[in-house]
Design a protein around this ligand. Structure first.
Ligand code: SAH
Ligand code: SF4
Ligand code: F3S
Length: 504
């Protein structure tokens, strides 16, 4: 016991010395306090939603008309899910959705990952201005990632004075409050938060599809890839508690959802910063147990954090879809280092090999940036080499776009546009060749398909999705939408299949 005591005293002294004790304590009390604050916030927002609902109802009875809203969503799945939350709040207030921007309340949920994403928003604002001139009382709101950039907001305040509400990515839960403030004053309401630990649970949300939806498992990003603006506009990485996620998924399943997409900028690092850490793979195992959930997808996986544990869990799972989006960005180890991606060409290829060995039928897709500062022809050829070796099912290719405030924007060796464009075209061609080669792998097989919608071009057909994310069109009754059915894939058309529904 002497030694034991000695060790404990040494440990206590060490903890005191490093301040670790105090930090652990503070962290626990903070978690508790945050939970209380978050619950109070939920109650407050629900009260405001209720107040607005009553006054909208009175207005509706007087005018005989319901107020309409429309959301234009730019960017990634994060924004799509945020738009569902916005939609949920507005529907509770009493708004009905309409399919054009000619509405009583139009919201632009913006993206700023590349310059052209910003330009699209300005284009829409020009149109909205005209609509507002003919529609007195129309409200226009801007939210999302671009609003987290002070320069963009300054520009809007100066040049787009008809905008009524501006908010960011951290305070979507406050929408009802912001709307109420705007209705009580005649000035623009701007509410922007730089960053927050706050995760407000239990507010309403709507779903674009009744049978599938995204579920946030974490917010923000800590990776600071040197080209990327996301960590600056989405804040620090914070994981939701597993209990909250599981409760949400159970409620979704009870409400008819069969497919969920777990969302995070880097799902593979889920849970690391929780008081009781849990891995992403462990979370997946828990979610798998939920009855009614038939398919699980997730987005995005950072190659540096994709664990063997995850590969093993995926391999043994019947619910986790056979698709991995594994952003490469560049195939050059030299550039990957400057990009701060923290993997090498070799470790990436090794990872792909391990994934393919475990799951030969998996579909791999990726993101690639062309023209990152200092990219040489040799660097670019390394990227081409990885693309050829992996043979992606499909890939999103992007021309590097300079984002103010990121380390890469300050690099002096920016690549000339013509050079980048020429490389981009070569890469695109190769990506298309790889997709064509990978296409048709499932031809003449029977696959499980989630029926998603009536085909837009040919209403006699239904459109569904395979586990590997490819689409199939086949004849069938629209009562099958939202169900998982078996389809024989008769013919591959490259990006999609034509199939025949098998009777049960
Ligand atoms: N969290 C995800 C990516 C989110 S952004 C991940 O790490 O994979 C989506 C994609 O946009 C990135 O994968 C990257 O390929 C691209 N992208 C990000 N910043 C960019 C920039 N400045 N220029 C061009 N493409 C960029
Ligand atoms: Fe951007 Fe990198 Fe974070 Fe993805 S992991 S969001 S690319 S900083
Ligand atoms: Fe765009 Fe924000 Fe997503 S910048 S890509 S919408 S996280």
């Amino acid at each position: 016991t002497g030694v034991w005591q000695h060790d404990n005293i040494a440990l206590a002294l060490w903890l005191l010395f490093t301040g670790e004790c105090e930090r652990i304590e503070t962290r626990k009390t903070m978690d508790k306090r945050n939970t209380d604050v978050n619950q109070l916030e939920t109650i407050k927002q629900q009260k405001i939603i209720e107040e607005l609902r009553k006054s909208y109802k009175t207005e509706e009875e007087r005018s005989g008309k319901k107020k309409t809203y429309h959301i234009v969503t730019f960017g990634c799945q994060m924004n799509s899910r945020d738009s569902e939350k916005i939609s949920g709040i507005l529907k509770q207030i009493g708004y009905v959705e309409t399919d054009s921007e000619d509405a009583d309340f139009v919201l632009y949920n913006t993206c700023t990952v590349r310059e052209n994403a910003n330009n699209k928003v300005y284009g829409h604002l020009g149109y909205a201005k005209k609509l507002k001139e003919n529609r007195p009382g129309m409200l226009i709101a801007l939210c999302g990632c671009m609003m987290q950039e002070p320069e963009a907001v300054e520009n809007i305040k100066k040049k787009y004075r008809f905008v009524d509400i501006i908010f960011g990515t951290h305070n979507i839960f406050k929408l009802a409050e912001l709307l109420q403030t705007r209705l009580l004053s005649d000035r623009v309401v701007i509410d922007l938060w730089k960053d927050t630990d706050m995760i407000v649970e239990d507010l309403p949300s709507d779903r674009k599809f009744s049978f599938k939806t995204g579920v946030n498992i974490m917010y923000g990003c800590n990776n600071f890839c040197s080209y990327c603006i996301v960590p600056y506009v989405r804040g620090r990485e914070r994981s939701r508690n597993p209990e909250d996620i599981i409760a949400e998924v159970k409620a979704l399943a009870a409400d008819g959802v069969v497919e969920i997409m777990l969302l995070g900028q880097n799902v593979n690092s889920y849970g690391k910063n929780l008081t009781n850490p849990i891995s992403f793979a462990q979370l997946l195992k828990e979610i798998e147990k939920i009855d009614g959930i038939e398919r699980i997808r997730f987005m995005t996986s950072h190659p540096k954090d994709l664990s063997q544990e995850l590969i093993d869990v995926m391999k043994d799972s019947t619910k986790i879809c056979r698709h991995l989006h594994l952003p490469l960005q560049s195939g050059s180890t030299r550039l990957l280092k400057i990009m701060n991606r923290r993997y090498t060409k070799e470790s990436y290829l090794d990872l792909v090999e391990r994934i393919r060995t475990a799951m030969p039928d998996i579909s791999l897709t990726t993101d690639i940036i062309v023209g990152f500062p200092g990219e040489t022809e040799e660097d670019f050829l390394e990227t081409m080499d990885v693309v050829r070796k992996v043979g992606y099912e499909s890939a999103f290719t992007f021309l590097y776009s300079k984002r103010t405030g990121t380390p890469a924007a300050a690099m002096e060796n920016q690549v000339e546009e013509t050079v980048a464009k020429e490389r981009f075209d070569r890469l695109l061609k190769l990506v298309q060749e790889c997709s064509a080669k990978a296409a048709g792998r499932e031809e003449h097989t029977v696959q499980k398909v989630l029926v998603e919608e009536v085909n837009a071009q040919d209403p006699t057909l239904l459109t569904g999705r395979l586990s590997n994310n490819l689409l199939v069109h086949f004849e069938g009754d629209k009562g099958l939408i939202g169900k998982i059915v078996e389809v024989y894939l008769e013919e591959s058309k490259g990006f999609y299949y034509m199939g025949r529904l098998l009777e049960k």
